[in-house]
Design a protein around this ligand. Structure first.
Ligand SMILES: Cc1cc2nc3c(=O)[nH]c(=O)nc-3n(C[C@H](O)[C@H](O)[C@H](O)COP(=O)(O)OP(=O)(O)OC[C@H]3O[C@@H](n4cnc5c(N)ncnc54)[C@H](O)[C@@H]3O)c2cc1C
Length: 460
C-alpha cells in the first residue's frame, strides 16, 4: 500500500513533475490521443531525465504498482496510460541530435516524429516513420514502424542502430547488434515489453523534397481502382509509395466544394526519386481512369508528414482493427467495397499501407517483427469527435474486419490493435513468439512492463 510519506519521498527524489489526482493538471495529464480511453492513474511522473525514469521504475517495482509508459500517447488501445498505477510520461524528453556526417540521429524516448522530421530536414535527411507527425517515436518504433519510406528504406526498426533501455531492475543498458543482442532483437517489434527506451539512435537517409499528395476517384470506381492498385504498387519502383484509402472528402480547401463530404477511394503517394522523373512516374497514375481529384507536386518531406495532422487532432474517439495482407483477391476486394463504401462517420477510414520492398528483404526471424512476407498492413479505423457514435464506429470496424480477416495473413501490426487477447498477440509474432517469451523471462521476469500488447514470461 502506498502511503503519503513514500509518495513525498519519491517526489523529492526526482526532477520531473509528479502529478496526482488532486493536482490541477491531473485531468489533462491523463488524457491520451484517443479520447475513448478514460483511465485514472494513481500517479503520473513527467520525467526530466534518465535518472527520473530509473527512479520511477524502482518506485513502481518496490511498491507493486502497475506501470505504464507514455511516449507520444498515440496508441489506439490507450496503452500509454493505466488505471491505479504509475505512468512514466516521457513527453518532456524530446531531445533530437542529428549527426550529418555519420547520417545518424539520436532521439530521446518522448519525442514525436514531427520533432525528428524538423531536426533532420535541416540536413536533407529523414528517418523512416509513419504518416502523422504527432505520433510518438517510442511506441511506433518499438512496434515496427511503417510509413512513406518503408518500401525504399524499410521499417523504422530496420533503421535502429541502438537503444538505451531502463530495465525492470532499474539498470540502464544499451542494446545494439553488438551489445545485448537478444534484447536488441526483442525490442525491434516486441513493443514496450522489455523496458523503457530513453534514447534511440537511428540511421537517416537523404530525403528532402518529395513529390507527393492524394489522387482520388469516385467510390463507384473502387473495384477497378483497387484491382489496378494491387497490380501497380508492388511492381512500381521502390522510390514510389502509395497507400490506398477509403475516405470522406474533408469539407474545406484544397478540395473543390462539389466533392466535400463525398465518400471516395484514393491513394496518397510519396515519390522520393529524382524530381525530374516525377512527371513520368505519375503519368500512369494520373492517366488511370480520369481521377476526380489529384493534388500531387513537390513538397518538403515534413509537410507531407504533417498533411493529416489538422484532420486528425488529438481528442477524437478511435476504434480500430488491423491485419497484415499478402494478396488482394477479387473476393477480398468485393468485401472492401461492401464495407469501405459505408464509412459510418466523416473521419472513418480504411488504409492499406505497403510493407513490401525493403521491408520484405529482412528475414522474418531477424527481428521480432514477423510479418515480413506480407505486402500490406491494413487498418480499419472508426473515428469521430462525438462519443455518442462510439458504438456505431466500433461495430462498423469490427464487421468490416470480420469480413476481411479470412483473406488476411492472420496477424496484425501490434500498433494497429486494441486490447484483443493473447491469441492475437501470438498470431502477430508467429514463430518469433517463443523467442520473445525467452527474452521476457530474462529481461522482465516479473512482467513489470505489461501495459502493452503483452508477452508473458511463460509460454502458457
Ligand atoms: C493518427 C495515427 C496515425 C498512425 N500512423 C501510423 C503509421 O503511419 N505507421 C505506424 O507504424 N504506426 C502508425 N500509428 C500507430 C502508432 O505507431 C501507435 O499508435 C503507437 O503505439 C504510437 O506510439 P506512441 O509512443 O505515440 O504511443 P503511446 O500511447 O505513448 O505508447 C504506446 C505503447 O508503446 C510503449 N512505449 C512508448 N514509448 C516507449 C518508450 N520510450 N519505451 C518503452 N515503451 C514505450 C507504451 O508502453 C505503450 O505500450 C498511428 C497512430 C495514430 C493514432
Amino acid at each position: 500500500m502506498l502511503n503519503d510519506a513514500d509518495v513525498e519521498k519519491f517526489r523529492v527524489s526526482v526532477r520531473g513533475e509528479l502529478i496526482g489526482p488532486n493536482d490541477e493538471k491531473y485531468e489533462s495529464a491523463r488524457e491520451v490521443y484517443n479520447a475513448m480511453i478514460d483511465k485514472r492513474p494513481r500517479l503520473i511522473l513527467r520525467c526530466s531525465d534518465v535518472a527520473d525514469v530509473i527512479a520511477a521504475v524502482n518506485f513502481a517495482r518496490e511498491n507493486g504498482l502497475l506501470l505504464a509508459i507514455r511516449g507520444g500517447g498515440h496508441n489506439g488501445a490507450g496503452l500509454g496510460v493505466c488505471d491505479d498505477g504509475l505512468v512514466i510520461d516521457l513527453s518532456r524528453m524530446k531531445g533530437v541530435r542529428v549527426d550529418p556526417m555519420s547520417r545518424t540521429v539520436r532521439v530521446e524516448g518522448g519525442a514525436s516524429w514531427g520533432d525528428v522530421d524538423h531536426a533532420t530536414h535541416a540536413f536533407g535527411l529523414a528517418v523512416p516513420s509513419g504518416i502523422i507527425s504527432t505520433t510518438g517515436v517510442g511506441g511506433l518504433t518499438l512496434g515496427g514502424g511503417h510509413g512513406y519510406l518503408a518500401r525504399k528504406y524499410g521499417l523504422t526498426i530496420d533503421n535502429l542502430v541502438e537503444a538505451d533501455v531502463v530495465l525492470a531492475d532499474g539498470r540502464l543498458v544499451t542494446a545494439s547488434d553488438k551489445k545485448n543482442e537478444d534484447l536488441f532483437w526483442a525490442i525491434r517489434g516486441g513493443g514496450g515489453n522489455f523496458g523503457v527506451v530513453t534514447s534511440f539512435l537511428f540511421r537517416a537517409h537523404p530525403v528532402k523534397t518529395v513529390y507527393a499528395g492524394p489522387v482520388l476517384w469516385s467510390v463507384d470506381r473502387s473495384a477497378e481502382v483497387m484491382q489496378w492498385y494491387r497490380e501497380f504498387m508492388p511492381m512500381a519502383s521502390e522510390d514510389l509509395f502509395g497507400f490506398f484509402a477509403f475516405m470522406n472528402v474533408p469539407p474545406g480547401p484544397p478540395f473543390p466544394e462539389h466533392l466535400h463530404t463525398k465518400t471516395m477511394c484514393g491513394v496518397v503517394w510519396c515519390y522520393t526519386g529524382p524530381l525530374e522523373n516525377a512527371d513520368q512516374v505519375f503519368r500512369p497514375i494520373l492517366n488511370f481512369g480520369a481521377p476526380d481529384f489529384a493534388l500531387v507536386g513537390p513538397m518538403p518531406f515534413p509537410a507531407l508528414q504533417g498533411l493529416f495532422d489538422a484532420i486528425m487532432p488529438p481528442g477524437l474517439q478511435w476504434y480500430w482493427k488491423g491485419d497484415f495482407v499478402r494478396e488482394l483477391s477479387d473476393a477480398a476486394i468485393a468485401e472492401h467495397l461492401k464495407h469501405g463504401s459505408k464509412l459510418p462517420t466523416l473521419l472513418s477510414t480504411m488504409h492499406l499501407y505497403p510493407v513490401d520492398g525493403a521491408v520484405n528483404r529482412v528475414g522474418k526471424n531477424d527481428t521480432a517483427f514477423s510479418h515480413r512476407d506480407s505486402k500490406w498492413s491494413m487498418v480499419i479505423a472508426g473515428i469521430d469527435p462525438d462519443p455518442v457514435n462510439n458504438e456505431r464506429i466500433a461495430t462498423w470496424a469490427r464487421d468490416y474486419w470480420s469480413a476481411l480477416h479470412p483473406y488476411s495473413a492472420g496477424g496484425a501490426y501490434v500498433n494497429f490493435m486494441m486490447e484483443e487477447g493473447q491469441d492475437r498477440v501470438k498470431a502477430t509474432y508467429r514463430d518469433n513468439y517463443e523467442r520473445l517469451v525467452a527474452a521476457k523471462r530474462k529481461w522482465d521476469p516479473a512482467n513489470l512492463f505489461r501495459v502493452n500488447q503483452n508477452i508473458k514470461p511463460t509460454l502458457t
